[in-house]
Design a protein around this ligand. Structure first.
Ligand SMILES: Nc1nc2c(ncn2[C@@H]2O[C@H](COP(=O)(O)OP(=O)(O)OP(=O)(O)O)[C@@H](O)[C@H]2O)c(=O)[nH]1
Ligand SMILES: [Mg+2]
Length: 474
């Protein structure tokens, strides 16, 4: 089995990361009733009980003192990490995996990227190397951060380029939380656009998630659970809908939103953590879904999110899940992939499903999904037999789709509004190492990315009606 290391940076990165570790432990405890340290656990956890290095009892689900997450936690404030260290997950992280400062990056990308990036470079590399030394066969780094603040966006993307420098062969998958338009960080458009350039240049895959989509999903779940309609029962033991029952106690702000992101991470890593009849290697995601190096933004959608009352027949429930994965209200960014162009798509199913279920549903949905003409068969599939706790199935779709374009355009507009007035710029320019040209280079990089998606989109109208005729001619 291969291993992965999670690097969580800034408040958001650490809060999302901790939801992932909490739910992952819960999932392993559910499957691994004896609490043995097995191969499945070794993918994301190491066993520090030297007496029982081979299959010894590690006591997941209650006593977790022998398990350490393969994680590096970085924040330039102390608050979030200290809270973690006082909480139920404190045993899961060892002190050598943590890096904190006191004052934070003050919502300033330049402070995170330049000031702290330079000051902590050696320490970060050292911690990364230590985490890597504990792996026999390192496959992937998962970086988790927000785009809006200073540490996650600035230092997070600095860590990304350090990963590329130090471990160029290891896949870098980044989970990036994009700010909503009403974000309380006024400088979030600057931070996000500056970070975008780094993501475009240094990540293998980016999973963009918009906080606004998470808010919408959480609100809809709440509305449905309070509607009192018969049949619309939100499963109480679901780890997708609620984090209740995990190690963490009462829900805090962001918890319900972060729970959804954690489930995306549980799903994408499920093949690496458990056996399955059709395992999808994490390396294969970039290999199959990214036809051009810069166009590596994969729009995630997750099902089930809302319990559907009228689909009680198992096959129908399964098929409904596939339909839902392509609907607007299951996307983790505000986008409609069905009306944009697919470059490729991955479907990762968990639970008791067969390859034939995947094939049937792909055939059923294909006619309604516009794919680029040269990659009509651009589907990548994975099956993992272990479903999320409290569910019989789940499905994660990752779409390399031009529907990310509006999110990026909106971000560019918000950036331009501030930049036209040079508002707040002095905070950035007084940081050593920061230059005004970084702003224009970052916005140029974003504009050319938007343009690349735009060019592809423009081929859609031309190619769609021709596609069936072309395939007949062959
Ligand atoms: N989904 C989600 N978003 C969060 C969370 N915490 C903060 N955010 C969002 O992230 C952005 C702010 O970034 P933070 O992660 O708080 O900032 P930071 O990386 O700690 O950087 P500084 O505090 O500036 O040093 C805003 O858009 C917030 O709405 C979280 O736990 N979950
Ligand atoms: Mg912070």
């Amino acid at each position: 089995m291969t291993q992965s290391v999670v690097v969580q940076v800034g408040q958001c990165g650490n809060q999302v990361g901790c939801r992932f570790w909490d739910l992952a432990l819960r999932e392993h405890a559910h499957v691994n009733k004896k609490g043995l340290y097995d191969e499945a656990l070794s993918s994301f956890f190491r066993n520090v009980d030297s007496r029982k290095s081979d299959g010894g009892a590690c006591g997941i689900g209650g006593r977790i003192q022998h398990l350490k997450a393969r994680a590096v936690l970085v924040d330039m404030e102390e608050g979030v990490v200290n809270e973690i260290l006082q909480g139920p997950l404190r045993e899961v992280f060892d002190s050598t995996q943590l890096l904190t400062d006191v004052s934070g990056s003050g919502n300033n990308w330049a402070v995170g990227h330049m000031t702290y990036g330079s000051a902590y470079r050696e320490q970060i590399v050292d911690k990364l190397r230590k985490a890597v030394e504990h792996c026999d066969c390192l496959q992937c780094f998962f970086l988790i951060h927000s785009m809006g603040g200073g540490t996650g966006s600035g230092l997070g993307t600095r860590v990304l380029s350090l990963l590329e420098e130090e471990f160029p062969e290891v896949c870098r998958i980044v989970t990036s939380i994009y700010p909503s338009a009403e974000d309380d960080v006024i400088t979030s458009p600057y931070n996000s656009v500056l970070a975008m350039r780094e993501l475009t240049e240094h990540a293998d895959c980016v999973l963009p998630i918009e906080n606004q989509s998470l808010v919408d999903i959480v609100d809809k779940i709440k509305r449905m659970s309070h509607s009192g309609k018969p049949g619309l029962v939100i499963k109480r033991d679901s780890t997708i809908i609620s984090g209740q029952g995990g190690l963490s106690g009462a829900e805090k702000p962001f918890d319900a939103m972060n729970n959804i992101v954690a489930n995306l991470l549980l799903n994408i890593t499920s093949s690496a953590r458990f056996e399955g009849s059709l395992n999808m290697d994490l390396n294969e995601i970039a290999m199959n879904l990214v036809p051009f190096p810069r166009l590596h933004y994969l729009v995630p959608s997750l099902t089930p999110l809302y319990t559907l009352a009228d689909v009680s027949v198992p096959t129908r429930r399964l098929d409904q899940m596939f339909s839902d994965a392509f609907s607007k209200d299951h996307q983790l960014i505000r986008a409609d992939p069905k009306h944009s162009l697919y470059l490729a798509c991955a479907l990762m199913v968990r639970g008791n499903a067969q390859v034939s279920d995947l094939r049937r549903n792909i055939e059923r949905l294909k006619p309604s999904l516009p794919f680029v003409s040269w990659n009509q068969e651009g589907w990548k599939t994975g099956l993992c037999s272990v479903p999320p706790v409290g569910h019989s199935h789940s499905l994660l779709a990752l779409a390399n789709n031009t529907c990310v374009k509006p999110t990026f355009m909106e971000l560019r507009d918000r950036f331009t509004k501030l930049y036209r007035k040079k508002a707040h710029l002095h905070h950035y320019l007084q940081v050593e190492g920061m230059e005004q040209s970084f702003f224009s280079e970052a916005t140029n990089s974003l504009s050319s990315l938007i343009e690349e998606y735009h060019h592809l989109d423009a081929t859609k109208g031309r190619l769609m009606p021709d596609a069936p005729r072309l395939s007949i001619a062959r």
